[in-house]
Design a binder for this molecule. Structure first.
Ligand SMILES: *Cc1c(COP(=O)(O)O)cnc(C)c1O
Length: 360
């Protein structure tokens, strides 16, 4: 069967080449006579897979040497708790709330200590990112948390140069990590669940600066202590071996594409195709302020919502699937991560233009 164009927000499309390679290697990885799923996580085969994944990620993101790379479990959602457990150290943290995910992160962190919601854009429907200048930030905060791409509303921080520098920044980058070059050193900690732009579900990536290790609160489960995980190279217990292997294949694929600068160029083009159709007339609508429109998640509504079901049914006939919007927002959402080819986005843009012609 021919594959469809999968616009799911996550778990999301994976590169075809990566799936083909995984399929080729499934029964017998590199002549060792077994699948990656069946290997001891402490054996030399899996150790080489983990080491290559980390090395390739370090190359791709130009991760400075004073950052640890951790492959953890529990998804980004566990990081909402694990971050304050490890970093609050009896102090207070500031949270910027710009969408559903940062709102959840802020709420969860409140269970572990003192947390201040510095600002929320909820009253405007989460359609922008606040300007930093007017914010009442705590210069003594243990950290400042933000979500640099809000997956549900499609709000992205594209300008990292304007980020404050006074306290360590902690960023949830689940849905746009690896979409463009990003200066890791601007952040104290970066986390990202894998199933959007990294690989299959089951592994969560954490990049943490060395000086933030070793501050976990008393009572933090050993498995959730970043310092212990770092000392044990993410192998304190059995890691999600197959997910890490798949992530490693994706990293190699990204390097073959020319790295993150090359991905950024394609991603700009892909997002441009959709926003052009959406903003051309009033038939489609995206409420996000133009400067913050996400290149990864493009939500939009139809002027006439009674056409939604027809739109979805006809999209399906064109091989365009998983494009229904998040239940809290309605309408549509096209997630166009790295693995979504330009042809897929072009097919969607053409379909949208055609649909508008017939129904506008
Ligand atoms: C998907 C997502 C999450 C939740 O990820 P899980 O891995 O399901 O816990 C958190 N933050 C953002 C920005 C996301 O896109």
């Amino acid at each position: 069967m021919e594959r469809i164009y999968n616009f799911s927000a996550g778990p999301a499309v994976l590169p075809r080449e990566v799936l083909e390679q995984a399929s080729d290697e499934l029964m017998n990885w590199h002549g060792c006579g077994m699948s990656v799923m069946e290997m001891s996580h402490r054996g030399k085969e899996f150790t080489s897979i983990l080491e290559a994944a980390e090395a390739d990620l370090r190359t791709l993101m130009a991760i400075p040497a004073n950052y640890k790379v951790l492959f953890l479990q529990g998804g980004a959602t566990l990081q909402f708790a694990q971050v304050p457990m490890n970093l609050l150290a009896g102090g207070s943290a500031d949270y910027i709330v710009t969408g559903d995910w940062s709102k959840k992160a802020c709420k969860e962190a409140g269970h572990y200590g003192t947390v201040r919601q510095v600002v929320t854009t909820e009253a405007d429907g989460f359609t922008s990112f606040p300007t930093w200048s007017g914010l009442d930030l705590n210069p003594d905060a243990a950290y400042l948390h933000l979500c640099t791409n809000e997956t549900i509303r499609g709000v992205e921080v594209l300008d990292f140069d304007s980020l404050p520098t006074a306290v360590p920044l902690v960023a949830d980058m689940s849905s746009h990590i690896l979409s463009r070059p990003m200066e890791v050193s601007r952040f104290g900690l970066i986390y990202a669940g894998a199933q959007k732009n990294i690989g299959p579900a089951g592994v969560c990536l954490v990049l943490i600066r060395d000086d933030l290790l070793g501050k976990a609160a008393v009572g933090t489960p050993t498995l959730l202590d970043y310092a212990v995980q770092a000392e044990n190279h993410s192998m304190l217990n059995t890691p999600p071996t197959f997910s890490i292997y798949m992530a490693g294949l994706v990293f190699k694929w990204l390097i073959r594409q020319g790295g993150l600068a090359a991905m950024e160029q394609v991603n700009i083009k892909k997002a441009g195709l959709l926003y052009d159709v959406i903003t051309r007339t009033g038939f489609y609508h995206n409420p996000v302020q133009p400067a913050f429109r996400s290149r990864m998640n493009v939500p939009f509504t139809l002027r006439d919502p009674s056409l939604d079901e027809t739109f979805l049914a006809q999209a399906r006939q064109h091989g365009i699937l998983q494009i229904k919007g998040h239940k809290s927002v309605g309408g549509m959402r096209a997630s166009i991560y790295n693995a979504m080819p330009l042809e897929g986005v072009q097919a969607l843009a053409d379909f949208m233009a055609d649909f508008e012609q017939k129904h506008g």
